[in-house]
Design a protein around this ligand. Structure first.
Ligand code: UD1
Length: 419
């Protein structure tokens, strides 16, 4: 099993090219199922999760090719609507094929994803929404079997909570339903807008982009198009955090400051100088120790849960103390014991954590537990005295493209070791 060996104490400086967003790439791939002519998506990040979904879609009989940063898909050979457990269990986002399959082919059998380390993560909202569009749903032997006679029918969907995947699934399904679908309490993450933009390019009729009410007027069919995945705001924030925790100066390019304003505000509150360009962001910590900052995770446009662990790591060496509240997932503090092994002072009570900054972290063997938590350990290691060994980094490979090369490019001493 691969591990990272990181020698801490380097002030990181330089430029990092940001990749396409994993959380946009996955729904965009699922949306290829809706197109009746070939579709080409570029700026695809080379990630394990992307490969998993490509494999799943290939298993449906779709002619799908992934070369360089581009995926091309042609659904004319699609011959089954079955997503098996062994693929779905490795990535929850596989459930995103459910809506497109039922909408276009009238039927789908998709394994239930089950829980994951950060929480139980049910898909009840996805199913309820599809039922509101006329799908008949049965859950049996760990599989969701969704069926509709003829086409889905437009209707009103009101989510009980803000769900990113649920919004994406139903948005895709509604594009091919008969009539108008109104999706209320919709998630507004930029990756949803990216999906809506590609669907519009494919011929879909969607209004209300970037708001919590999406109105979709179903069309007969959708066609292929050329599309580029939006920049990864979480990857962007993660590398800016690397500058903040090491007192360095890092410019992220091929990104968009508008995607993560709330996170940039927090970096400024820490005392960093943040400069925004049209497609770049630079963070200069000027060798200073950041001030600890409090925040609460909430749906977009508020502070993203996917940046919680990284900002906690920066707070761990901050001046003063900060309170962090996690309101999206019930168990997303698994990085805390690992950070504590490196000398961080963090007290957890329920979904709140109080971080009292310490002057120095120290190297220790630690274990990655989930994707974003893993990056917080990388950050801590970059700032710590000594050499940190991070185990189970397969979690990081799910969502950070070329992480060692990108970090080495800004002066980090990181290497991948196997065994
Ligand atoms: C997506 C992101 C993930 C991010 C999360 C929240 C992708 C591939 N993943 O995950 O990185 O952390 O949004 O921003 O885009 N819930 C239910 N029932 C449902 C659906 C959700 O109870 O049917 C709950 C979940 O358990 C969770 C909360 O709602 O507590 C938010 O989940 P959701 O927004 O759906 O997250 P994902 O789409 O899985």
């Amino acid at each position: 099993m691969d591990k990272f060996l990181i020698q801490g104490g380097q002030k990181l400086e330089g430029e990092v090219r940001i990749s396409g967003a994993k959380n946009a790439a996955l729904p965009l791939l699922a949306a290829t199922i809706l197109a009746d002519s070939p579709i080409r998506i570029s700026n695809m990040p080379n990630l394990r999760d992307v490969n998993t979904l490509v494999k799943l879609i290939a298993g449906l009989g779709v002619a799908i090719e992934y070369a360089g940063d581009t995926v091309t898909a042609d659904t004319s050979t699609l011959n089954n609507q079955f997503a098996p457990y062994d693929l779905v269990k490795t990535m929850r986002a596989s459930i995103l094929v459910l809506g497109p399959l039922v909408a276009r082919y009238g039927e789908a059998k998709v394994s239930l994803p089950g829980g994951c380390a950060i929480g139980s993560r049910p898909v009840d909202q996805h199913l309820k929404a599809l039922e509101a569009l006329g799908a008949h749903i049965e859950v049996e032997n760990g599989y969701v079997h969704a069926k509709v006679d003829g086409r889905l029918k437009g209707g009103e969907v009101i989510f009980d909570m803000v769900t990113v995947g649920g919004t994406e699934n139903i948005l895709m399904a509604a594009t091919l339903a008969d009539g108008v679908t109104t999706i209320r309490n919709a998630a507004r993450e930029p990756e949803i807008t990216d999906l809506a933009n590609m669907l519009i390019k494919m011929g879909a009729k969607i209004e209300g982009l970037d708001t919590d009410t999406l109105v979709v007027t179903g069309v007969e069919s959708l066609h292929g198009c050329d599309y580029a995945v939006v920049a990864d705001r979480i990857e962007t924030g993660s590398y800016l955090a690397a500058a903040a925790i090491t007192g360095g100066r890092v410019r992220t390019t091929h990104t968009d400051p508008a995607l993560l304003e709330c996170v940039l505000d927090k970096f400024e509150e820490m005392g960093a100088e943040v400069t925004r360009g049209e497609d770049w962001i630079e963070l200069d910590m000027q060798g200073k120790r950041p001030k600890a900052v409090s925040f609460r995770t909430l749906p977009h446009p508020d502070f993203p849960t996917d940046m919680q662990a990284q900002l906690m790591a920066v707070n761990a060496i901050g001046r003063g103390f900060a309170t962090i509240s996690e309101t999206i997932f019930e168990n997303r503090f698994m990085h805390v014991p690992e950070l504590s092994r490196m000398g961080a002072n963090i007290q957890v009570e329920g979904n709140d954590a109080v971080v009292t900054g310490v002057e120095k972290l120290s190297a220790a063997p630690v274990m990655a537990t989930d994707l974003r938590a893993s990056f917080s350990l990388v950050l801590a290691a970059l700032a710590a005295e000594g050499e940190t060994l991070i185990d189970r980094i397969y979690h990081i490979d799910r969502g950070y493209e070329h992480i060692e090369a990108k970090l080495q490019g800004i002066g980090a001493k990181i290497k991948r070791v196997s065994g």
